[in-house]
Design a protein around this ligand. Structure first.
Ligand code: ADP
Length: 166
């Protein structure tokens, strides 16, 4: 039997946006399985806890009909170690504007050095999501703006509740 092609998609996902979900959808057409990994980084102050983010992503991927191909995990430590534990052959990342490029390039080269058997696969964002980031969504929600266009419907309420909107 042929080996399953698995990728890990690591990130903060604080919160997941429609840009992230679009990357997952497209990757699920390329890979047999997409394992999303929420980085549990004790040094970073997040709006949603790791458990909340895992649960929110799960609801988003289920609602998008991607449940069978996707699984959601949390991890600490290096992405390459997470990828090896998941038996992944690739690390998936998304690329927006050129501003992402420098950073992604640096990480991809370091990850290749640490784990030459694992390829980094970068998917270009859809032009609609080029300027979309979790931090922008958090700012908008904080200022009481409607964020329903920017995050999957399954988690709009979570944001409204967290930022105190009705
Ligand atoms: P990190 O803190 O690891 O950058 P993020 O949750 O911000 O975590 O992003 C995870 C990955 O998703 C990164 O590769 C990032 O470039 C990508 N990404 C974020 N927003 C978008 C978007 N709107 N379109 C495509 N890719 C995106």
């Amino acid at each position: 039997m042929e080996q399953k092609q698995i990728c890990v998609y690591p990130g903060s996902f604080d919160p997941m946006t429609v840009g992230h979900l679009d990357v997952v959808k497209r990757a699920s057409g390329i890979f047999d399985e997409v394992h999303l990994g929420v980085l549990d980084n004790a040094n970073k102050q997040n709006t949603f806890s790791v458990e909340e983010r895992v649960d929110m992503i799960q609801r988003c991927t289920d609602a998008a009909g991607l449940g069978a191909k996707c699984s959601v995990w949390s991890f600490t430590g290096l992405t390459v170690d997470f990828a090896r534990r998941q038996e992944a052959t690739a690390i998936l990342r998304g690329l927006r504007a050129t501003a992402d490029f420098e950073y992604e390039w640096q990480m991809a080269l370091m990850n290749r050095r640490l784990a030459p058997e694992i390829e980094t696969v970068l998917l270009m964002t859809d032009s609609r999501y080029m300027y979309l980031s979790s931090s922008l969504v958090r700012d908008l929600a904080y200022h009481g703006q409607d964020i329903s266009e920017f995050v999957p419907a399954a988690i709009v309420q979570d944001l409204q509740q967290r930022f105190g909107q009705k």
